[in-house]
Design a protein around this ligand. Structure first.
Ligand SMILES: [Zn+2]
Length: 462
């Protein structure tokens, strides 16, 4: 938990350390300041004592005066103790009794928070201070400060706004867990979260609960889902106790450091998403729904219109009367121009529609090619009828599916709103023939809608 101390730029800083004079003090007057951050492992080791016996205390220690005339050491207490030990043995070893140089920080009398902070910073820079002491000092010093000082100190320690609370939370960990967390590179916030999860009452394997990362790195999919959003495969709700056995059992902490239980990967462990209430329909949704409903209705009407239309074509081509001139001219025009739909239909070599129009029963031979020329009774008088049946069959095949392809716009077209010019011409022809046949055939509503833009008197947009 290394921290960096920023050098305050403010020259009027009351905590500026350049100001105090170095004073020589008798080590016998030195006691441990109650705000010294180091509470464990405070004894000087043999190496330090040996060094102080030889050289004295090289660097000044930091103290603040106490009412009883002694000085509280908040920086350098181990060195001060080493100096005391060295002096106690001085006479018998034939060494001089030494004084200790110290910064006497009068202004810190009564300012426990900042004293503890300075002690923490000092000790933090030296090896060996325990994690627990560091956390305790952080907590106590930050709590005991003015808001201005706290901001400054937090910045110096490299901790966030809630460092005091986090430090308190983190101290709940036992020494081993604390060392593990710190060695694992957790920062104060993460250690605090770790501690809170460990502290959840009733958690059997406290330390075993994996804490999900608060944030998932960029590019990594966050598969974790709250248990409240999940169910068992049979649809029963999942809660913390019911989910304990799952390998994905884990938690995140909310703002109050309470665990929110998650499954790290519900798909992997066979949970289902809890059904959500249907979202309110927006105006846009309603427009889209109305559009869909209209499409369904038009498609259905388009398919239904084929029945009466084919019936009328059947009457025309089987009737005893001569085929109307408009009809055979139309059919001949198609044969001469060979529009692409006609070519496609010819390619299919389907005999069914023509046979049906002409009243020819096809043999039930699914494998053999049917030759209509052998089945249809040919006569000079019926030539036009057969020809028209042929062309009408090609149209009906082309118009069977209400959804087609618009080559020009490279997109799907619905024939009930966007028929090809040939389809529109076919429908208009049938309309005319029906009218002339004493009104025995009329276009359906959906066909009317389709041909409307193609009527001669329609606007230039046709
Ligand atoms: Zn799970």
């Amino acid at each position: 938990m290394a921290t960096a101390v920023s050098t305050p730029a403010d020259k009027n800083n009351e905590h500026e350390e350049a100001a105090p004079q170095v004073v020589k003090l008798d080590p016998a007057l030195l006691v441990r300041d109650e705000c010294n951050a180091r509470e464990h492992d405070t004894e000087p080791d043999e190496k330090l004592i040996a060094s102080v016996k030889e050289l004295g205390v090289e660097e000044p220690i930091s103290v603040r005066p106490r009412p009883d005339g002694t000085y509280g050491v908040f920086k350098g207490w181990r060195r001060a103790q080493a100096a005391q030990t060295a002096n106690a043995d001085a006479a018998q070893d034939g060494r001089p009794v030494r004084v200790v140089r110290a910064y006497v920080r009068e202004e810190l009398v009564g300012n426990d928070g900042w004293t503890r902070f300075l002690s923490l910073v000092e000790n933090d820079h030296r090896e060996g201070m325990s994690e627990r002491d560091t956390l305790r000092a952080q907590e106590l010093s930050l709590i005991d400060m003015s808001e201005v000082d706290r901001r400054k100190a937090s910045k110096a320690l490299g901790v966030g706004r809630n460092a005091a609370q986090q430090a308190r939370a983190a101290q709940k960990l036992d020494d081993a867990a604390l060392r593990r967390a710190s060695a694992g590179g957790m920062d104060l916030e993460q250690i605090a979260q770790f501690a809170e999860v460990e502290d959840v009452p009733g958690a059997q394997e406290k330390a075993q609960i994996p804490l999900l990362p608060a944030r998932v790195p960029y590019g990594v999919k966050d598969t974790a889902r709250l248990l409240s959003e999940l169910t068992t495969p049979l649809g029963r709700p999942l809660d913390e106790s019911g989910h304990k056995g799952c390998p994905g059992h884990s938690a995140r902490l909310d703002d109050d450091h309470q665990p929110l239980w998650y499954c790290a990967d519900p798909a992997e462990y066979g949970h289902k998403a809890r059904p959500r209430p249907k979202p309110e329909k927006t105006a846009e949704d309603e427009v889209r729904a109305a559009e869909r409903a209209r499409t369904v209705a038009c498609n259905r009407a388009w398919k239904a219109a084929a029945g009466p239309r084919r019936e009328f074509v059947t009457r025309l081509v089987r009737g005893s009367k001569a085929l109307p001139e408009d009809a055979w001219r139309f059919a001949l025009g198609m044969l001469l121009d060979l529009p692409s739909f006609y070519g496609k239909w010819a390619q299919r070599q389907e005999a069914e529609d023509v046979a049906q129009f002409l009243g020819v029963t096809l043999p039930e031979t699914p494998f053999a090619r049917v030759r209509l020329s052998e089945l249809v009774t040919l006569s000079k008088a019926r030539t036009a009828h057969v020809l028209f049946a042929h062309v009408a069959a090609a149209f009906e095949r082309d118009m069977r599916d209400p959804q087609g392809w618009n080559d020009a716009r490279m997109g799907v077209r619905f024939l009930w709103e966007d028929p090809t010019p040939q389809q529109a011409a076919y429908l208009l022809l049938l309309e005319k023939l029906g009218h002339e046949d004493k009104g025995t055939y009329r276009l359906s509503e959906v066909e009317e809608q389709a041909v409307a833009p193609h009527r001669p008197d329609a606007g230039s947009g046709a």
